[in-house]
Design a protein around this ligand. Structure first.
Ligand code: UDP
Ligand code: MG
Length: 318
């Protein structure tokens, strides 16, 4: 029977938790009673994760395993899950039981009400370091101020998406994928359910500082080229202040005798050209930003449905 729900679980070195995660997901979904599949993605684990899931896969017809050749990263693992998922609703959940599986049922309920994206909003994050919470908070706020669309605060990748949304996301072929940003970007009817983020069931975080920074940079640079404009801002401010200073220097030269010969010219040239160079860099930044936008190849718009056309066209939309 075709699965109605696909649950995507990215895993990287999760041997300590994966059995529990499987048991818990199975318990919740069996209890719900509609057909489902669990899609585990092994993102190049170096421990026994894959052996464990292979064994599970042999016993349970609802379990699928995608085994990467090496570690490609969390966001790519989720993307692969979406490519393989067959359900009408797709749920992305972490392997470490930090996202409580029961919340999936609330998400499904919202989906049945007609929402196409249901994301989980973390009310609290248990058992995470102050550093992690602080950096996460800063990240979501920076992200929001730099991008022009509303990316929901304090949400992770724990969310449900409708088949339609999944298909649209699969069509976005950009390489540096920041999935939660893309999901916000595509629109559709979105809503949220709130939950308390639990402690990791076992093991430790697979996001060391380096991966966290890369993740943040991907997030910001995929959705904004404001950082490229920094050169223009600095250039502009510098030019303006240096113009004032230039006047001061000129006055000194003309009305006092305290300047060394040649000094005025050197200062003037320096200020002027540094300002110009930075402004031109900013200008180049604007063009690079536009090239970047084009190269991402995102569609200009996404249609939820089109009505009143001939049958064929409507079919094509679906
Ligand atoms: N993960 C992955 N590939 C990686 C890093 C992490 O597939 O390179 C998975 C990991 O197994 C987990 C999820 O991504 O299911 C979230 O990672 P983690 O719980 O370590 O992140 P945190 O909750 O600490 O932010
Ligand atoms: Mg975690």
């Amino acid at each position: 029977m075709k699965a109605r729900y696909s649950i995507i679980v990215p895993m990287y070195n999760e041997e300590e938790v994966i059995r529990h995660t499987y048991a818990k997901l199975k318990e919740v979904m069996d209890g719900y009673g509609e057909p489902y599949e669990l899609v585990f993605i092994n993102d190049g684990s170096k421990d026994r994760t894959v052996e464990i899931v292979e064994a599970i896969c042999q016993q349970d017809a609802n379990v699928r395993l995608i085994n990467f050749s090496r570690n490609f990263g969390h966001q790519i693992a989720i993307t692969a899950g979406m490519d393989y998922a067959q359900g009408d609703a797709i749920i992305i959940i972490d392997a470490d039981l930090q996202d409580p599986p029961e919340v999936m049922l609330e998400m499904i309920a919202k989906w049945k009400e007609g929402y196409e994206v249901v994301y989980g909003k973390r009310l609290k994050r248990k058992g995470e370091t102050v550093f992690k919470k602080l950096t996460a908070m800063m990240f979501y706020r920076t992200m929001r101020s730099l991008t022009n669309f509303d990316i929901p605060m304090d949400t992770g990748d724990f969310r449900l998406i409708d088949r339609k949304v999944c298909d649209v996301l699969r069509g976005l072929k950009e390489k540096n994928r920041f999935v939660r940003g893309l999901v916000s970007w595509v629109g559709f009817r979105q809503t949220m359910v709130e939950y308390v983020r639990e402690e990791r069931f076992a093991g430790e975080t697979k996001y060391p500082l380096k991966k966290m920074i890369n993740f943040a940079v991907d997030g910001i640079t995929s959705f904004s080229y404001k950082p490229l404009k920094i050169a223009s801002y600095i250039g502009f401010t510098l030019s303006a202040t240096s113009f004032v200073y230039l006047l001061v220097v000129l006055c000194q030269r003309l009305f006092t005798s305290s300047t060394v010969a040649g000094w005025t010219t050197i200062v003037a040239i320096n200020l002027l050209f540094n300002g110009i160079i930075l402004m031109l860099l900013g200008l180049i930044g604007e063009y690079i930003g536009r090239i970047y936008d084009e190269s991402k190849n995102r569609p200009l718009y996404i249609v939820r449905e089109a009505r009143g056309f001939s049958e064929e066209k409507e079919q094509a939309e679906k």
